[in-house]
Design a binder for this molecule. Structure first.
Ligand code: KG4
Length: 343
C-alpha cells in the first residue's frame, strides 16, 4: 500500500508552522515564530496575519525540504480551520486550498483543539514506540486561549466537559506577569522565577465554580489588588518579592487546574489522563501530573515540549486520522473563530 503523506499547516495565532508526516511518523515540523508582537505585550491580530503571509511559503518549502518529500508525493493537505484569529486562519486556509488544488489532492480541515489532544499520537520517528493513551481518556488542554477538560472517547469523538468561563490559564499567567513588569509571554518567566520562590507566601483567591468549569479572572483581580495594596506600603514590593509572588501565583493556578481535573477523572471513572497545550510546558504542572501518577495511581501522558505549543505536526496527525476515515473537506469551507463543545 502507498504511504499516506500529509502536509499540515497551522496558522491559528502567531506561529506559522508546516509539517510533513508519513503514516503518522513525523518527517519535519517547522515553526516560524513572530517576534513582532513582543513589544506590544500580546498578539496583534493584524500584524499576525501579515507575518503569516510572509512566512507561509518559506515555511512550507522548508518542511518539504527537511522531510525530503516532493510536493507531488503528498496525499493531502491538512489545515487548521479554527478556532483562532480569523485573519491568521484565512492565510493558512487559503494557502492549503490553492496548494492542494494545484496538486489535485484533497484538503482536510482540522480543529486546532482536537489536534492538541491528538499530538499524543505523533511518532517522532520510525523507532518511537512511546506509550500512547488508550480510549477513553481525559485531556487537560491548557494554552494562552483555552483551558478545557476534554473527554476523549475516540480520535474523532471528543467532548469538552469543563472549560474556562473567562480567562484561560495561560492568559492569567501572561496578564499577571505583565503587571509585574515581566516580558510577554509571561508564563515561562513565572515558571523560571517560581523555582526560587515559596508558594505559600501569598494567599490568593480560588474561584468557587460549579462542575468542571474554570475561572481565572477573579484570581487575576485578587493578584492585582494584592500588588496595589502592598505597593502603597513599599514601592519596591514587586522587585523584593518577585520569586515568592510567581511561586504563589503558579501554585494557585495549578491547584485550580488539578482540583477540577481530579474531580472529573473520579466522576467519569477514567484512569488515563493526558496533558496538552502551551501551558503544559510549565514545570510545576508537569510535576503535578507526575504526582497524579505516583500518588494517585493514574496513568499520565505528558507531551514532548515540541508538541505542547502550536505546531503543524499535530495538524498533520489529525489530518492523517481523518484521511483514514476519508473525511475530506470541500473547497468552499471557511475558517471559524470560536470554540465549540464537541470535536
Ligand atoms: O498553546 P500555546 O503555544 O498558544 C496559545 O494558546 O497562544 O500557549 C501559549 C501560552 C502562553 O500563555 C504562555 O505564557 C504559556 O502558554 N506558557 C507557559 C509556559 N510556557 C508557555 N505558562 C506557564 N509556564 C510555562 N513554562
Amino acid at each position: 500500500m502507498n504511504p499516506i503523506i500529509i502536509l499540515g499547516i497551522e496558522s491559528s495565532c502567531d506561529d506559522t508552522s508546516a509539517a510533513v508526516l508519513r503514516d503518522g511518523v513525523m518527517l519535519s515540523n517547522v515553526i516560524a515564530n513572530q517576534s513582532v508582537h513582543a513589544k506590544f505585550g500580546g498578539v496583534v491580530p493584524e500584524l499576525a496575519s501579515r507575518a503569516h503571509q510572509q512566512n507561509i511559503i518559506p515555511t512550507v518549502q522548508e518542511a518539504l525540504r527537511q522531510a525530503d518529500i516532493d510536493k507531488k508525493q503528498l496525499s493531502a493537505v491538512a489545515f487548521t480551520r479554527g478556532p483562532g484569529l480569523l485573519g491568521s486562519l484565512l492565510v493558512g486556509t487559503s494557502f492549503a486550498k490553492g496548494f492542494a488544488q494545484a496538486l489535485g489532492i484533497p484538503i482536510i480541515d482540522v480543529n486546532h483543539l482536537q489536534a492538541h489532544v491528538l499530538a499524543h499520537f505523533i511518532r517522532k520517528d520510525e523507532n518511537d514506540n512511546s506509550p500512547q493513551p488508550q480510549f477513553p481518556f481525559l485531556c487537560l488542554l491548557v494554552s494562552g486561549g483555552n483551558s478545557q477538560i476534554v473527554l476523549v472517547k475516540a480520535y474523532n469523538d471528543m467532548t469538552v466537559v469543563g472549560q474556562t468561563i473567562d480567562d484561560a490559564a495561560g492568559e492569567a499567567f501572561d496578564k499577571c506577569a505583565k503587571v509585574m513588569g515581566l516580558p510577554y509571554p509571561g508564563g515561562p518567566h513565572i515558571d523560571r522565577l517560581a523555582k526560587e520562590g515559596n508558594p505559600n507566601t501569598f494567599r490568593l483567591n480560588k474561584p468557587q465554580i460549579e462542575g468542571y468549569n474554570y475561572s481565572f479572572s477573579g484570581l487575576k483581580t485578587s493578584f492585582l489588588y494584592l500588588l496595589r495594596d502592598k505597593m502603597k506600603e513599599n514601592s519596591n514590593f514587586i522587585e523584593e518579592n518577585l520569586n515568592d509572588l510567581c511561586a504563589s501565583l503558579q501554585a494557585t493556578v495549578i491547584d485550580i487546574l488539578m482540583d477540577k481535573l481530579k474531580k472529573a477523572a473520579k466522576d467519569y471513572n477514567i484512569h488515563q489522563i493526558a496533558l496538552a497545550g502551551g501551558v503544559s510546558a510549565n514545570s510545576a504542572l508537569r510535576q503535578a501530573f507526575n504526582d497524579l501518577a505516583t500518588i494517585d495511581g493514574y496513568e499520565v501522558f505528558i507531551p514532548p515540549f515540541a508538541f505542547t505549543t502550536d505546531n503543524a505536526a499535530m495538524i498533520a496527525m489529525t489530518g492523517y486520522f481523518k484521511y483514514l476515515d476519508h473525511d475530506f473537506c470541500s473547497f468552499d469551507e471557511v475558517p471559524f473563530a470560536r470554540v465549540s463543545n464537541t470535536f
